[in-house]
Ligand binder design. Structure first.
Ligand code: HGY
Ligand code: MN
Ligand code: MN
Length: 424
């Protein structure tokens, strides 16, 4: 550390104020803290984040996919950079910390570095990724997928339950579909990517660890299931002559649960259930729902997909109901960079923080970025393991420990990044 450089100090109250300021920018009348990416207030929140980036001394820009970037130029002339960030959109009825901690924490790390006279050799790029949460079209990580070149025309043609395409929904919030497709980021100079995030599960709290170092991020197979039967009078049509699409769907929902209980650390969840007509005196003609399987093993995800198709077909055939399963963008489990993980281990040990290595059952932009650069993911504990609900909570001292870890990790990577192999 040079004479002018001091120990970086994270200002927890500044982080707390930012988290609570964003918590005020939510969709009125919705449960919990709701700020969906394609909704009416996400753009307001992102304008605030961009202003915070400017106040932290970052040069800001926005790409064609809605990602916001803040650049802190380094002292080196090699054009190499470190990237750090997360997302600020929420699920419907979500909490105040999911994603937000990582964006606010990245900006706080910039403040801490500058206020302690640290100048990184690498450029530092802070990112607020657009639309990380699965949207009503079944697509998650829209901004980060665009950056790695994975957003494609098929994604933009995905429709919601009203027949609107994702491209139309993006246009409504000022994002042009073709610009989004052309927003591939040049990662050639990016030495590593770091994300700070709440764990959203019970592991760290159960193990008494202040910091989680993620080894890999879950694979996900998402789908839409469509059932077509026949409308009949609920009071006259005998049970054995019905083609009840609703019952076929319900049986398939239970099959998702049964299949998900069979894998190692596997999960299965259904949502967005629609019965048409919505009447109890009419046998359901059409039913649809969305679901997903998650797990640490790509092979199990494949077998789960096959098991779902045969279960749905069985539920349909016994009722004379036709079934269609459409797979939405699925992704294999994403291992984090071993060398970034090793750097993070050294940082938390050096800071005297207790830590655990763990698997992430939640999806993150880091899983997408890991396809382009060596990526690392730092967790802070979630109270009672709760998230994606208003009860989501992480204590400020835990958040501050995470931001301190992130800040020191950036200093460590700045020194060691040249030794990190590409996506190692
Ligand atoms: O769904 C997830 O795991 C993440 O919160 N988007
Ligand atoms: Mn989430
Ligand atoms: Mn998240």
């Amino acid at each position: 550390m040079s004479a002018a450089e001091r120990e970086p100090q994270v200002v927890a109250d500044r982080v707390d104020a930012a988290i609570h300021a964003l918590a005020d920018v939510v969709e009125s009348g919705r449960r919990g803290w709701t700020r969906t990416a394609l909704g009416p207030v996400d753009r307001d929140a992102r304008a605030i984040v961009r202003r915070w980036m400017v106040e932290a001394g970052l040069q800001t820009s926005v790409d064609g996919a809605g990602n916001i970037f803040g650049l802190l130029p380094g002292t080196g002339s090699r054009g190499r950079s470190l990237m750090v960030g997360s997302h600020t959109d929420t699920v419907d009825g979500g909490g105040r910390f999911d994603g937000i901690v990582g964006v606010v924490g990245a900006i706080e790390a910039v403040h801490a570095l500058r206020e302690s006279n640290h100048r990184l050799e690498h450029d530092l790029v802070v990112v607020d990724f657009f639309n990380e949460e699965p949207n009503e079209f079944g697509l998650s990580c829209v901004g980060s997928r665009a950056m790695v070149g994975e957003l494609n025309a098929t994604h933009l043609d995905l429709t919601d339950t009203h027949g609107i395409t994702l491209a139309q929904a993006l246009r409504r919030i000022g994002i042009d579909a073709s610009s989004a497709l052309a927003s591939r980021y040049d990662f050639s100079g990016v030495a590593a990517f770091l994300e700070l995030h709440i764990e959203q599960g019970p592991y760290l709290e159960q193990h008494g660890s202040q910091i989680g170092l993620v080894e890999s991020i879950t694979g996900i197979a998402r789908f839409q299931a469509l059932f077509s039967g026949r409308a009949d009078h609920a009071g006259t049509m005998p049970m054995d002559r019905r083609h009840d699409a609703g019952c076929a769907a319900a049986g398939t929902v239970l099959a998702v649960e049964r299949i998900a209980r069979q894998g190692r650390d596997s999960k299965g969840t259904c949502g967005q259930v629609t019965f048409t007509p919505e009447a109890t005196n009419v046998v359901t003609e059409h039913a649809e729902f969305r679901g997903e399987f998650r797990g640490p093993e790509a092979q199990w995800l494949r077998t789960a997909q096959e098991a779902l198709v045969s279960a749905a077909e069985a539920e349909g055939s016994t009722r004379g109901v036709t079934v269609e399963i459409d797979w939405l963008p699925t992704q294999d489990p994403a291992p984090m960079s071993a060398s970034v993980l090793s750097t993070l281990s050294g940082v938390v040990d050096g800071l005297g923080l207790s830590s655990s290595r763990l698997f992430s059952g939640a999806e993150h932009d880091a899983a997408i970025l890991a396809r382009a650069v060596p990526a690392g993911l730092i967790f802070v504990p979630s109270q009672d393991g709760r998230s994606h609900c208003p009860e989501e909570w992480t204590d400020l001292p835990d958040i501050a420990a995470g931001v301190t870890t992130l800040t020191h990790a950036l200093l460590a990577l700045d020194r060691t990044a040249s030794t990190i192999g590409a996506t190692s």
